[in-house]
Design a protein around this ligand. Structure first.
Ligand code: 16G
Ligand code: MG
Length: 542
């Protein structure tokens, strides 16, 4: 490593003295103006990671559903997954080194990880549509170049598209061609083959209105549209021509506020969905004839996909292990429906994609979704091989057809990470094959009313949790208080956890009526406020 070059270039991307940022659940996120040095340093780190793994590494510049002024960055590991936890620590360490220590910290990481500096490095870069993205990507490139890494800048892409590119590069094309065209071709071919057997869509039930959060999803859907059949009618709203990124729209807004986004006109029964700012989340919704809003979140998506896959596995006569992974935020009704009605094993993981992804890898087929709409399906290598073999060689036509549909589903789903575009096509294919309206899908089970609240405390780290975040260990007395409050309501459940992306504590409550869910959430918030160092005013009733 060239000490002088690193020192010289680092000064051009100088770290503001004393500024400390952490590699959180989804990488670094902050106001864009604070991120120049972070980007440069993540360029450096990506090169070390690439040398260490002897693989292509991804660097995505995005702040997902955060407001437009923010930006962020995350690294993508060789198989297209989130960065390994030990390297998240290196990232934080490197990000917070003051200028004179930077070289030392780099050398330290190289030593601890036994990085062979003679190895080559190749990095792929992408960014979402934030105005700050281009300049920040250039800082990443400067970091890569100063350590002699090679790179390919994909420019504007969705986060899951960049995850896909990383996997394509590292599998030498067997996962797909590492271009956006390759991505559209792979997905559209699988989609068209899968939905071929669907009956023609009557009464416009095939049409879909899409709220693109004024983000990258709009651009990429317009590109993808030409690869899909004319029978799939998409109508894009919030495509970034007028509105601001994620402002009063997008998957996060719709899920948190449980109401439609602005900028999308809805008529009763029309099927609508929202993507988030970097298109790795999706939620569906509609209004019924009396005008009530119905949200179909990640739990409903997981249920639909599970039902479909389970039916196909039975038809194909395949006995593969199969499980759904959720988080504590999963609606109690969804867990009950999956376990009791569908007889599917359900596991609970901590919040954050990497935790769910990791757990899902333990099964032949692992379906994971966060209630917020981030999720995908993972197929083990053995399961994939079995299915592909059966799709080709099976003599029984019915079984072979089922195996072919499973094979198309494997190709349609982005197995690296949750992907709004790929998930949307999976959902649309299933709805078409089942000839389901969105209301019929919604009727699979009824969500329990629920409420999420935020509480401000002096130091959110005083709250520690166990049992996949469902129980609080500290501060003393908090869990006992939550247990007592919960007992007062029917079908009730509540938990609290420190947010991984904001300086607040999150509260979740559900109960058999909205009134009780609101009441319980408020009472639990007060308990957090009193026992965990709340500041400003005590939380008000909902
Ligand atoms: C990030 C996570 C998401 C999680 C959310 C929780 C990734 C790619 N994204 O957006 O999975 O649900 O954080 O945020 O891991 P919170 O900790 O603030 O509740
Ligand atoms: Mg996102």
């Amino acid at each position: 490593m060239d000490f002088e070059a690193i020192t010289k270039y680092s000064k051009l991307h100088a770290k503001p003295l004393g500024l400390s940022l952490h590699y959180g659940t989804a990488g670094f996120r902050s106001k864009a103006e604070n991120l120049n040095h972070i980007m440069f340093r993540m360029g450096l780190l990506a090169v070390l990671r690439s040398k260490k793994t002897k693989s292509t590494i991804g660097v995505m510049v995005t702040a997902s559903h955060n407001p437009e002024e923010d930006n962020g960055v995350k690294l993508i590991d060789p198989s297209g997954e989130m960065l390994a936890p030990a390297w998240e620590e290196h990232a934080t360490f490197l990000a917070n080194a003051e200028e004179p220590q930077l070289y030392c910290v780099l050398t330290d990481i190289c030593q601890r990880e036994a990085v062979d500096l003679q190895s080559e490095a190749f990095i792929v870069i992408g960014r979402d549509t934030r105005p700050s993205g281009k300049e920040l990507s250039q800082s990443v490139i400067d970091g890569i170049s100063v350590l002699g890494g090679q790179y390919q800048d994909y420019g504007l892409v969705t986060t899951p598209q960049l995850h896909y590119m990383v996997r394509c590069h590292n599998t030498h094309g067997s996962y797909g061609t590492p271009t956006v065209e390759g991505y559209y071709q792979k997905l559209s071919k699988a989609f068209l083959e899968l939905s071929m057997q669907a009956a023609p869509q009557r009464d416009g039930r095939g049409a879909l209105k899409i709220d693109c959060a004024n983000g990258i999803g709009a651009l990429k859907l317009k590109e993808m549209e030409q690869y899909l059949s004319e029978s799939f009618v998409m109508c894009l709203a919030n495509d970034g021509m007028k509105g601001k990124l994620n402002h009063m729209c997008g998957a996060d807004f719709v899920k948190v506020h449980q109401k439609p986004p602005v900028g999308l006109e809805m008529n009763p029964g029309e099927k609508c969905c929202s993507l988030d700012g970097d298109a790795d989340r999706i939620v569906y919704y509609y209004i019924d004839a009396p005008g009530h809003f119905h949200l179909l979140d990640g739990d409903k998506i997981a249920t639909l996909i599970s039902t479909f896959l389970k039916e196909l596995l039975i038809k194909a006569g395949q006995t593969l292990s199969f499980a759904v992974i959720q988080t504590a935020y999963a609606n109690g009704s969804s867990t009950g429906y999956l376990e009791q009605t569908m007889k599917v094993p359900v596991h609970c993981a901590k919040t954050g994609v990497k935790h769910l992804h990791h757990k899902a890898q333990e099964f032949d087929i692992g379906i994971y979704f966060e209630a917020n709409g981030h999720g995908t399906v993972l197929f083990s290598k053995a399961a994939e091989d079995k299915i592909r073999y059966q799709a080709k060689e099976e003599k029984d036509i019915r079984k072979r057809e089922a195996a072919k549909m499973l094979e198309n589903t494997i190709d349609l789903i982005n197995q690296t990470v949750g992907d709004a575009l790929s998930d949307m096509l999976v959902i649309e294919a299933i709805l078409a094959l089942k000839n389901f309206t969105i209301a019929q899908w919604d009727a699979l089970y009824m969500d329990l009313p629920n409420r999420q609240l935020k509480v401000k405390v002096t130091d959110r780290r005083v709250i520690t949790t166990t049992d996949a975040e469902r129980r609080a260990i500290t501060p003393p007395g908090l869990q006992e208080e939550i247990d007592q409050l919960t007992q007062k309501f029917k079908l009730a459940r509540a938990f609290v956890r420190p947010s991984g992306t904001e300086d607040i504590v999150r509260v979740y409550a559900e109960a058999d009526s909205q009134e009780d869910a609101d009441k319980l959430a408020h009472e639990v918030s007060l308990a957090v406020y009193h026992l965990a160092g709340g500041f400003e005013e005590p939380p008000k009733a909902v």
